[in-house]
Design a protein around this ligand. Structure first.
Ligand SMILES: Cc1cc2nc3c(=O)[nH]c(=O)nc-3n(C[C@H](O)[C@H](O)[C@H](O)COP(=O)(O)O)c2cc1C
Ligand code: SF4
Length: 765
């Protein structure tokens, strides 16, 4: 075929097709990849649209639905049995009627800045939830709030942490923010959940700490301004305290005000106030939602928002400004104080803090301890330390304590009961010759200036660095203690196994252990109280916590004077005793110096309580140093007793912290070697043991007389010497230790019968 005669287009088309096919063959992978990429992009775009659409309701709605629908919610209902049923109904319907979002809390939400630099926007927030709770309500709320923050903030902010204010060292968190920041660029956010109590409690102490920090001239004006923000939630009871003027949630309001000052007004969300008997759940829920919203806003914006110092209602801000000008800022700023003052003025009652009018400094209250018999404090209505209606009173009486007056207690211990039945006395019998059925255990001060991890009283106990309560007459305490003790002894009358002769003997108290709980030396009339004991020929053992050198110095002679030595160095002491005094180590050291000066006047004792994991490992040399400093007559070393309460668990204490007797022996042996190395005045040795209660006695060789340990007390001689008015020392009234009590012999009195846990005679193996 002649190609020149054919039309031209079929040739051209065939040629194009040819080229296209060639291109496809050579580039087909590129085309397929491009097509795939485009499809993925389209798919992703469509998906995102759908997600955004699904998220359309506000985060608040999201929070709310999960708050209401969780299993925790049912738990919450269960815990708040005080909420009347009808109320739950009212809340449900009102919830439906009102718009979604925070409500009920006073004040308004912060307007947060949305524009921010990329540096600010990368801020991550670490929430810290703090609570105090005496009867558990605030604790439940704090736990739920923490859990809510945890789930809500998974992708937005760091894992929240929960702390009981009774257990933490306030200096670690409430002087300049957390001592250890979560991460380098994390900003801390504080949520404080608090009940209010118009009696002394741990919250009083917390407020005092905030006030002190604010007034401490060594600390900046707003030392906690590094916090990203804070918010407070208050829990109160409107039935007893119907309005803020009458004290509803007054302490939460005070804490909120102090934090405003300390943080430089970083209130990120207004104070929430919940009534435990009606709307607590709703208010807590709203507050939490508001907090989560605020945290998310802050996370995005990188800060609290500009130009909005504090966020409460205008009345709050005004009040804060006024506080800064008025001398009243010396005291806890309290919204309702002025109004309450008015109310009080109209009634006969006068709040002692307000006595003296505005010009008087209001805190701390100074009580004249030299007068008590006419009870002037009662007239002025100084508060009792442990009022009858307080949770402390309830907790103590439930545990068998008899409360005497307003700040003292007495209890018969298990050894007294055991001795009455002839089943053995405590270590004091083996070491010092005190049969437990003749011993009364009491304290004239249930309050203390420590919060030792092994003390059962946390959460409910009054704690303070100074005495600020009503002071009871020593005679009233003495009579009350004896009456309470005898009453409890009499109750043992019908108990099977009680020996008649011991029961009779028990009706004459021969010895008083001033220990129990609290700090006896804190009682302003401790010397008069000891005189009353000695007046009836009752010997006295007094245990103090080495935090009150002035009182220790002024203490008159007791039969045996103890200082608790709970750690060998500053850091360890801070961890185990959690002292309230900032200069606790200096106080501790001063007490040791004072004890040294008293060692030839009266029997001085170091009491070591070994808590595994806290004060045992690597501390032997440290303890030996302390012994070298004070040269006590005796050193009692005892394994901690686990009380098994939730407060002990809360302090991080478990059975794992209780040392076995062999471990106590090992410790004492090492301590003995460390002391021998030092070649101390007279030297020390291991004198006696009471293996039964995990307790060992070391003694100065001053009490190793004629090749015999003489750790017992000759009580008759002690009183004769005391009554004679002559000078005398500890060696003048000591007596030989029985052989069965020597170290290595167990320390069980052969006059008693050993029984097992079920009361069956124990067969010696
Ligand atoms: C002795 C006592 C004093 C109280 N004082 C106040 C008070 O001043 N203001 C208040 O709003 N609620 C007061 N309440 C109520 C408690 O704050 C309320 O019961 C709260 O739920 C306790 O919280 P908690 O269980 O965490 O300790 C008081 C309760 C008791 C037992
Ligand atoms: S010193 Fe005694 S009463 Fe005070 S907290 Fe410690 S163990 Fe408890």
């Amino acid at each position: 075929m002649d190609m020149g005669e054919m039309p031209v287009w079929p040739v051209l088309a065939a040629d194009r097709l040819d080229r296209l096919l060639a291109t496809w063959h050579s580039q087909r992978f590129v085309f397929v990849a491009a097509a795939l990429l485009v499809s993925i992009v389209i798919l992703l775009t469509l998906r995102r649209g759908q997600t955004v659409h699904n998220r359309a309701p506000s985060p608040a709605t999201e929070e709310k639905s999960s708050w209401l629908g969780t299993a925790k919610d049912a738990e919450y209902d269960r815990k708040f049995l005080t909420i009347p049923d009808k109320d739950v109904g009212v809340r449900t319907s009102s919830r439906k009627a009102r718009p979604i979002g925070p409500k009920v809390v006073s004040g308004k939400k912060l307007l947060l800045q949305t524009k921010s630099s990329s540096k600010e926007a990368s801020l991550c927030i670490k929430p810290y939830v703090f609570y105090a709770s005496l009867t558990g309500n605030s604790k439940s709320i704090a736990e739920i709030v923490t859990e809510r923050l945890r789930t809500a903030g998974k992708h937005d902010f760091l894992e929240p942490e929960l702390f009981d204010l009774s257990y933490i060292d306030l200096d670690d968190y409430f002087v300049s923010g957390p001592k250890v920041e979560a991460t380098d660029n994390a900003a801390s956010f504080y949520l404080v959940i608090l009940p209010s109590y118009d009696i002394d409690s741990i919250i009083t102490n917390f407020l005092e700490h905030l006030r002190e920090t604010h007034h401490d001239f060594r600390i900046d004006t707003a030392p906690m301004s590094s916090l990203a923000g804070y918010s407070v939630f208050g829990i109160g009871d409107k039935e007893g305290w119907p309005s803020e003027e009458q004290g509803f949630c007054s302490q939460a309001i005070e804490v909120d005000k102090w934090l405003a000052k300390l943080t430089g007004r970083k209130r990120a969300y207004p104070v929430g106030l919940g009534d435990v008997k009606s709307n607590i759940k709703q208010v807590a829920e709203d507050w939490t939602i508001g907090i989560i919203d605020s945290l998310r806003d802050m996370q995005q914006a990188g800060n609290l928002g500009e130009g909005v110092p504090g966020s409460g209602a205008s009345v709050e801000s005004d009040d804060e400004a006024a506080d800064e000008q008025e001398p009243q800022s010396e005291d806890f700023p309290d919204l309702g104080r002025k109004k309450r003052q008015k109310l009080n003025n109209n009634s006969a009652a006068v709040d002692v803090e307000d006595v003296g009018g505005k010009s008087e400094p209001k805190a701390p209250l100074l009580v004249d301890f030299t007068i008590y018999s006419s009870t002037p404090q009662t007239q002025l209505q100084v508060k009792p330390m442990v009022p009858k209606e307080s949770p402390t009173y309830a907790a103590l009486t439930k545990q068998g304590y008899t409360i005497i007056g307003t700040h003292s207690g007495v209890k018969i211990c298990r050894w007294t009961k055991s001795a009455l039945r002839g089943r053995g006395s405590c270590y004091k019998n083996s070491f010092y010759g005190i049969a437990s059925h003749l011993c009364m255990e009491t304290t004239p001060s249930l309050s203390c200036s420590n919060k030792c991890v092994f003390c059962w009283r946390h959460g409910t106990n009054p704690v303070s660095t100074t005495w600020r309560w009503q002071v009871d007459d020593p005679q009233v305490i003495f009579d009350g203690a004896k009456a309470g003790h005898y009453k409890k002894i009499k109750m043992m009358r019908g108990v099977p196994g009680v020996r008649a002769e011991r029961f009779e003997e028990a009706m004459k108290i021969r010895h008083c252990a001033l220990s129990l709980v609290g700090e006896p030396i804190f009682y302003p009339h401790i010397n008069e109280f000891v005189d009353l004991l000695h007046g009836e020929r009752i010997s006295s053992f007094l245990v103090c916590n080495a935090q009150h050198p002035d009182q220790l110095q002024n203490l008159k002679r007791v039969t045996q004077l103890y200082v608790s030595i709970d750690a060998s160095n500053k850091d360890s002491l801070r961890k185990i005793d959690r002292p309230l005094h900032r200069d606790f180590w200096e106080r501790f050291q001063s007490c040791l110096d004072i004890l040294r000066t008293k060692r030839f006047v009266q029997r001085t004792v170091f009491r070591l309580t070994l808590v595994k994991g806290f004060n045992v490992d690597d501390e032997v040399e440290g303890y030996a140093d302390l012994i070298e400093k004070a040269l006590p007559c005796f050193v009692e070393i005892k394994g901690v007793t686990y009380c098994g309460t939730t407060s002990a668990a809360g302090a991080g204490l478990t059975m794992q912290n209780v040392p076995f007797y062999e471990e106590v022996v090992e410790f004492v042996t090492s301590l003995n070697v460390a002391l021998e190395k030092r070649g101390l005045e007279g030297g020390y040795g291991i004198a006696a043991e009471h293996a039964h209660s995990c307790c060992i006695l070391m003694a100065s060789k001053r009490f190793f007389i004629d090749d015999k340990w003489c750790t017992l007390i000759n009580y008759d001689k002690f009183f004769k010497l005391l009554e004679s008015g002559t000078e005398f020392g500890p060696e003048d009234y000591c007596a030989p230790t029985p052989e069965w009590a020597y170290f290595g012999n167990g320390g069980f009195d052969p006059r008693d019968e050993r029984v097992d846990r079920k009361g069956r005679p124990k067969i010696e193996s």
